[in-house]
Design a protein. Sequence first.
Length: 445
Amino acid sequence: MNVDKIMNNLEKKHPGEVEYLQAVREVLESIEEVYNENPQFESANIIERIIEPDRAITFKVPWVDDEGNVKVNLGYRIQFNNAIGPYKGGLRFHPSVNLSILKFLGFEQIFKNALTTLPMGGAKGGSDFDPKGKSNAEVMRFCQSFMLELWKYIGPETDVPAGDIGVGGREIGFLYGMYKRLAGEHTGVLTGKGSNWGGSLVRPEATGYGCVYFAKEMLATKGESFQGKRVAISGFGNVAWGAALKATELGGKVVTISGPDGYVYDPEGISGKKIDYMLELRASNEDVVKPYSYEFEGVEFHAGKHPWEVKVDIALPCATQNELTAEDAEKLISNGCICICEGANMPTTPEAVAIIQKHGLLFSPGKASNAGGVATSGLEMTQNSMKLRWNRKEVDDRLHEIMCNIHGQCVTHGKRGDGYVDYVKGANIAGFLKVATSMLDMGVI
Ligand code: NDP
Ligand code: 2IT
């Protein structure tokens, strides 16, 4: 495999799709060796078949705001690969959403879903709709119009969307309601549903919990744990909230959360009712984290800054892509950080990853450490199919087991001769092998 040649061709076909090209390059560089050792992949041209989505659906989403103005947003669903199961992946509503971002997320989702051990293919979708400042009624009308188009392409055995940035329980409710009306069916077509109407217990916490379970496994390889450790978290959304809950429960002290406006530093630790307050902040739809510093004593707010300048032992980036730069990595390292575990998708830039790994820190890519969200979505699909509901402990135990299993797969495929575990390489190889061999089994389709 000639990675540069493949990337040059891909760039010519999709100029300017920066995030997508970044994600593809990372995977190709990791799997190059394994790929070359298995000539059957090359003869089936697996690479060209896996780096392009099966299809990218785009549509317009017209809706009416509270003042009666007609608005139009763009909607997307990228069905990337369904070799191991129905297409599966979240929907993102954020003004930054474009084809490149959704293709990067859909591509990552293929390997992440393969790692979960469950039968799910890779997909992603969303819209450039900005939920910030919108009323409930506006969000509902937007979701209904979005589903009016999307429902043609999804189904419990074909494609099962879920939440992501800007899409939480409220949006899934509106989307599901419209699907149910259009299809005339009550099925497991979306995950992240409310617990009264088919949702799984633990799904809201699952991505953050899973991220901390994964970090716990990484720390254990060094005889370390969360007990007494200072933890920096970025973001203040669904993933950040779940991670703060579990890190605190395991004895860590979470000292930061962040938003697009900057970060807050709480030296006393973000625990108990302060974690509950994160939910209020998100629900306010105001997009800022600063109000936390008015609400609680002794808290500093640092406008326009990343939390990575604070002295911590563990960093959990849980906001968005490319939010932890080389400069941030240098700061974390010089402050003695030992573990960086991604809760978001691709929050660490490639330059930062190189620096972190060169210094021998524990580092895990999102496709391994944030897989707990989609894994629990998979468990929701299982419960929907069986028409029953597991209790909290049953779901949480399965989630825990899955995260330990993913950690094991990363160690198996990522352990170097000197003992250092390259989790990026391990995750990419393990995910790729499962999908590529499945594609081989099914012939050229
Ligand atoms: P939420 O919408 O609940 O929270 C997203 C957080 O990221 C918010 O704090 C948000 O602030 C911040 N954010 C979003 N865009 C930007 C930006 N361009 N610059 C700075 N901050 C930004 O989303 P989630 O918690 O669900 O998602 C967070 C990350 O985790 C994403 O990378 C997502 O893909 C990933 N993820 C989510 C899973 C899930 O199950 N929800 C599963 C696996 C991964 P604000 O809204 O104020 O901009
Ligand atoms: O990035 C992700 O894995 C998610 N947003 C969750 C997807 C899902 O289908 O639960």
